[in-house]
Design a protein around this ligand. Structure first.
Ligand SMILES: [Zn+2]
Length: 412
């Protein structure tokens, strides 16, 4: 199977290289903001918006007069930023359509200006990229050292682009590659997975993955650090310093959270043939202020995203059960439905006199989900009472592997 994926790893930059990267990121940010303003102007005047290609041509002409400093950076940086802007608008219009059809409740996300306050930012380069075991060679930036040796693939892949980004004064490169991957059919068992806040994931075979609650554990500390920032004078060096400390802490959480999710999703995708999860409405759940922080701290949406692409890699199948399935309220042994079950009830008690099952709430839900796998592959009627209430299924459509033509910028 031909897949497109990215490998992201940290760079080990010296001061000169850091400056050059900042300059590139600055050029990308400038091009994005300039393009956004140009698009708005042109739309207000003519009702039509210039494309990324038009804007790039215009920007190139501008280099000679207004922005000569842009000659110092690879032309890819502004060019790709303008492409990003086009994408941002495409997504905005896509959400507008969804909203009109009533399929979207969230915000439309009109493209916003990028500011330095959000960090140095990022930029993407295409063209002559060479990967070595412990370094990467990029147009204009030259050879940059990597912190981890041998992670980036050096052979058997087609390099598409490299994106350099910064987070809390750490610089990363993400290399997008196209590669051939051999996928053997997964022979593992079928499993239902219930996602939760108390336990991150409960599997129908009884395995539990605890929720480390990376943010919750440090809430007090974060409150203190946030206060430390806002108490300092605006524009002062001390405020910058305090903001840096805070950013470092957020980076730690982000990496730890990513690590936890990657470990769980990889283990599931590698060892199970069919994984049934609930198709949770994460964006909707985040509007509930009492749950939002806990849910965002787990990263449900990211969990599902990772599981979906990893299932493709390891030959397993993910089934998304409809979010309206009463998977928590139904007895996994006899099908009796507890209409009065609340979120606070951690144990499921079956009231059917012939069953009287007592089971952990999450495990019960996971078992119900696992049963859905059977009813989706076999005939739905063959499952009997156990899955009577659980027949509507949403078989997930895997996103087609994205293929982007790489003809943007042959030389830089
Ligand atoms: Zn029962």
């Amino acid at each position: 199977m031909n897949i497109t994926r990215a490998y992201k790893t940290e760079l080990d930059l010296n001061d000169k290289q850091t400056t050059a990267c900042k300059r590139h990121a600055g050029a990308a940010r400038f091009a994005y903001n300039w393009g956004l303003a140009r698009k708005q102007e042109a739309y207000a005047a003519t009702g039509k918006s210039p494309s990324a290609i038009d804007l790039h041509r215009e920007l190139n002409a501008l280099k000679q007069t207004d922005v000569p400093w842009m000659y110092e950076v690879s032309k890819c940086a502004p060019q790709e930023a303008l492409r990003n802007l086009d994408n941002a608008f495409a997504h905005f219009f896509r959400r507008c359509t969804l909203k009109r059809q009533g399929k979207l409740k969230g915000k439309l996300g009109y493209p916003q200006r990028k500011t330095k306050k959000q960090g140095a930012g990022s930029f993407r380069l295409t063209g002559a990229i060479v990967v070595f075991p412990a370094a990467i060679q990029l147009p204009r930036l030259g050879r940059l050292r990597l912190k981890e040796r041998g992670y980036l693939p050096t052979t058997g892949v087609k390099l598409l682009s490299a994106t350099i980004s910064e987070q809390a004064r750490h610089w990363y490169v993400s290399v997008q590659v196209e590669q051939e991957r051999e996928v053997a059919a997964n022979t593992g068992p079928v499993v239902g997975v219930d996602l939760g806040v108390k336990t991150l994931a409960t599997c129908s075979d009884g395995t539990e993955f605890p929720n480390p609650r990376h943010l919750k554990r440090r809430l007090k500390k974060f409150k203190r650090l946030h206060k430390a920032v806002t108490r300092k004078q605006k524009g002062s060096n001390n405020r910058k310093k305090a903001a840096r400390t805070l950013a470092t802490q957020y980076r730690t959480i982000a990496t730890q959270r990513a690590n936890t999710l990657h470990q769980v999703t990889t283990q599931l995708a590698k060892t199970k043939s069919v994984i049934v999860i609930e198709d949770l409405n994460v964006a909707g759940m985040l509007t509930n202020h009492q749950l939002a922080q806990a849910i965002a701290d787990v990263g449900f949406a990211e969990f599902r995203r990772q599981l979906l692409y990893k299932a493709q890699w390891y030959g397993s199948r993910v089934i998304l059960a409809s979010r309206w399935e009463p998977s928590s309220k139904t007895c996994s042994r006899c099908g009796w439905v507890d209409e009065d079950l609340t979120l606070a009830d951690r144990v499921f008690h079956c009231q059917n006199p012939e069953c009287l099952l007592v089971l952990d709430r999450d495990l019960n839900a996971a078992r119900n989900l696992a049963q859905l796998a059977g009813s989706s592959s076999d005939s739905q009627n063959a499952c009997g009472a156990a899955s009577a209430g659980l027949s509507r299924l949403a078989q997930v459509k895997l996103p087609a592997v994205k293929q982007e033509p790489n003809t943007r910028c042959a030389s830089a």
